[in-house]
Write a protein that binds this ligand. Structure first.
Ligand SMILES: *[C@@H]1O[C@H](CO)[C@@H](O)[C@H](O)[C@H]1NC(C)=O
Ligand SMILES: *[C@@H]1O[C@H](CO)[C@@H](O)[C@H](O)[C@H]1NC(C)=O
Ligand SMILES: *[C@@H]1O[C@H](CO)[C@@H](O)[C@H](O)[C@H]1NC(C)=O
Ligand SMILES: *[C@@H]1O[C@H](CO)[C@@H](O)[C@H](O)[C@H]1NC(C)=O
Length: 146
């Protein structure tokens, strides 16, 4: 028979493992869409015409209202991964996850970037890294995480 102290230890172990599972589970990112944003990139809503705002990787993006949060999204880093669906099986350049920096705002209709219905618009380099360029699609499905 277990003593009540042993039972308590088992119980805390189980609670710990269950919470670990849910933590891992919820650490999967949000799902959205991304579109290609071609140059010019300046000025941006976050940093104006300052050239030094762009990371040297050239992996950056403009945020839609889904993540813009009234400008507090500026400078945030997101891990972004292209995901395929049954209707777009070849949309992605496989196994590529990139880290992008938010530098701009897509805007709101009717004064928005033409792809304002995407969650974010990616720089040429960013889009080209995770999307399959041979499909020529201007939208991809993404999983993203701050
Ligand atoms: C958004 O930010 C501006 C300037 O930082 C501020 O004046 C405004 O009240 C904010 N709006 C909301 C809805 O938080
Ligand atoms: C990219 O798309 C082409 C068809 O447009 C397909 O043949 C190729 O397998 C795709 N690449 C990947 C990595 O899915
Ligand atoms: C993607 O990653 C998986 C697991 O790491 C690997 O088995 C697969 O070959 C990779 N595919 C490509 C196209 O690199
Ligand atoms: C965005 O809107 C365009 C034009 O209405 C449409 O073709 C496209 O499928 C939409 N994309 C998404 C991700 O909703």
């Amino acid at each position: 028979m277990y003593t009540s102290q042993q039972r308590l230890q088992w119980l805390s172990l189980v609670i710990f493992l269950v919470s670990l599972f849910f933590n891992i589970h919820t650490s999967y990112g949000d799902v959205g869409t991304a579109a290609l944003h071609s140059p010019p990139y300046l000025p941006t809503a976050c940093y104006g015409s300052d050239e030094s705002q762009f990371p040297s990787s050239n992996l950056f993006a403009a945020a839609s209202d889904a993540i813009w949060a009234n400008g507090t999204a500026c400078g945030r880093l997101y891990l972004v991964k292209c995901i395929t669906t049954t209707s777009t099986p070849y949309a992605c350049n496989q196994n590529q996850t990139i880290q992008i920096k938010i530098v701009g705002y897509i805007g709101r209709a009717p004064f928005a970037h033409s792809t304002y219905n995407a969650t974010m618009v990616l720089s040429n380099t960013a889009f080209g890294t995770i999307a399959n360029s041979t499909t020529g699609s201007s939208y991809i499905n993404i999983e993203f995480e701050q």
